[in-house]
Design a protein around this ligand. Sequence first.
Ligand SMILES: [Fe+2]
Ligand SMILES: [Fe+2]
Length: 189
Amino acid sequence: MNPLRELLREHAAIRALTARFEFEATLGETQGAIDGEAVGRLLHFFEHELDGHHQEKEERILLPRLVAHARGRELDLVLHLGQDHARQRAVLAHLANQLESASWGEPNSLRVLAREARRFVRLQQQHSRWEQHEIFSLARRWLTPDDERAIASDFRRLDEARGGSVWDAACALAAWLDQRRAFVPAMPV
Ligand SMILES: [Fe+2]
Ligand SMILES: [Fe+2]
């Protein structure tokens, strides 16, 4: 698959799971409890498949090839990618701490978890839109067919090293959530 089309497909899968995450992580506000396993699995996906896999493709494979073409303002724009990823990583770490606090019955942690989940979802969706609008547009202008073949091959190697694709991991988690929601109402953390 063309590497930009693959990243776009991953964005769609990630966007669908961020919506599920916002729903699950804010249930504490209306029901006084969340399904801790569902929120934990979603956070694990964001840490390992969004940050550790999708963003690794962007930072370690796509970014160096764009930097090789970029000059001036475009170079600043391309380098902003890594800074935005670092900001999301910090919010994810904070969310994981809040989930752990909630599991120990820490007062206010469900409220903070809900607030930070909304913040993460907003940041993530803005980030994907920005990438598609700015970064992928530059990539379409700059990348040669040879660049695209090399990137696609590096993407395949990373997928193999990680035991599967981001898309497959997202589909498996969505199926698990569907099944869980069909049988399990909101549970305490
Ligand atoms: Fe990204
Ligand atoms: Fe992305």
